[in-house]
Design a protein around this ligand. Structure first.
Ligand code: DAH
Length: 385
């Protein structure tokens, strides 16, 4: 039960579209890894064409996701069936490439899919890049994988000099990359994090307009993954970065829906930024700033209903995207109350309508809102108030 508006996005491959801002960002990062972070031992290889339909094993099991992890829930993830889904991250390709012993450094870019809230920075389809680098361990490295060790917490493991060395190389490489892409004077800080597939794990935050923004996750690849991909005496680091967030910062793009627009007033602003679309060159983006063509007025409509036990907020957000398309800019849960007597819960959502491309008429919005009201009860098993 993957909705049509999602299925339609498969194959668009915005990251491979010459002069699309996501393609420009991708190439900026690839260029940096090829020219600043490769060596005789490590030549980064690029994978841009993997299909987003993957197995549950690739997306979760191989990456050591616990069976209880929320990411596995059909409320978060688009499943074709029990064993196949739309990848929720480009990490889904880590294990299969690690299995190929001819590749010891790579970047995978692709579209990823998640059920989520609706606002200017969230969209059910977005783009990520995954990077991995494998190191030969020194002979002194006395390390045997032991399935009984909890590598997330084991301090003996986490403080090994060989692990610390990988962690330092990882942080140094990613700081170099992000400054190469955004600017040399960028302020960066590291936060401890948790991911099932790395330990230790970190998030990078950058200072942008007086705010610390999380831009990527990374860490030392979990020994269990090294073990099941056939490595006995190697270590690796990995990272994953979202491309929309970075492009919005770099080009001053105010709304994530714009990446999907066909509007020439958007796309033409990036025409010719990449002087050599067929090759990997250092694209100059110094003076490339998106000029909003206008901010059309927005309009708010509320809808309230009694929910049933199987209701999940993400189901409503998805229903809204499906029925109203990209005319919705934001949806907020503005009231959530439980009636003790009837033991029922009511949700009120405020929907903000705004087109990125034109003025919407009152009639048009009323019609869409009516359609939404007419269909929501059956679609989500709720009762309008
Ligand atoms: N897959 C993670 C996500 O989508 C991002 C990530 C975190 C990738 C840490 C990595 C990593 O390779 O080591 O949120």
């Amino acid at each position: 039960n993957i909705p049509n508006n999602i299925i339609e996005k498969i194959g668009k491959n915005l990251h491979n579209e010459p002069n699309h801002p996501l393609n420009i960002i991708k190439k900026k990062i690839q260029y940096h890894f090829q020219n600043e972070l490769s060596s005789d031992q490590h030549q980064f290889k690029f994978f841009d064409k993997f299909q987003p339909k993957v197995t549950t094993k690739q997306n979760f099991d191989d990456l050591l996701f616990p069976n209880t992890h929320v990411g596995r829930s059909p409320n978060d993830t688009y499943y074709y069936d029990k064993n196949t889904l739309l990848r929720t991250h480009t990490s889904a390709h880590q294990s299969e490439i690690l299995n190929d012993k001819d590749v010891n450094a790579f970047l995978v870019t692709g579209d990823v899919y998640r059920r989520d809230t609706i606002d200017a920075v969230h969209y059910p389809v977005f783009h990520q890049m995954e990077g991995v680098k494998v190191f030969k361990s020194p002979n002194s490295f006395n390390f045997k994988y032991d399935p009984n060790i909890d590598y997330y917490t084991n301090t003996e493991y986490k403080t090994m000099p060989e692990i610390k060395e990988i962690e330092d190389e990882l942080k140094k490489s990613l700081e170099s990359m992000i400054r190469g892409v955004i600017g040399q004077d960028l302020q960066v800080r590291w936060i401890d994090a948790y991911f099932p597939f790395t330990s230790p794990s970190f998030e990078m935050e950058i200072l942008f307009q007086d705010q610390w923004l999380e831009v990527l996750g990374c860490g030392v690849v979990h020994p269990g993954i090294m073990n099941h991909t056939g490595f006995t005496n190697e270590r690796a680091w990995a990272f994953g970065i979202g491309l929309e967030r970075l492009a919005m910062i770099l080009f001053n793009i105010p709304d994530i829906r714009l990446f999907w627009t066909q509007d020439k007033r958007f796309l033409s602003q990036f025409d010719n930024v990449d002087k050599d679309p067929n090759n990997l060159t250092n694209i100059d983006i110094k003076n490339v700033q998106f000029q909003p063509f206008s901010k059309y007025p927005s309009c708010f409509k509320d809808v309230s209903f009694w929910i049933s036990d199987d209701f999940h907020e993400n189901k409503f957000y998805e229903f809204v995207r499906e029925t109203c398309g990209d005319l919705v800019e934001k949806v907020d849960l503005v009231d959530n109350f439980h009636n003790k007597k009837s033991n029922k819960t009511s949700h009120c959502y405020r929907i903000q309508y705004r087109s990125m491309e034109r003025n919407l008429t009152n009639n048009e919005i009323d019609e869409i809102q009516l359609k939404l009201r007419n269909q929501v009860e059956v679609a989500l098993n709720v009762k309008l108030r």
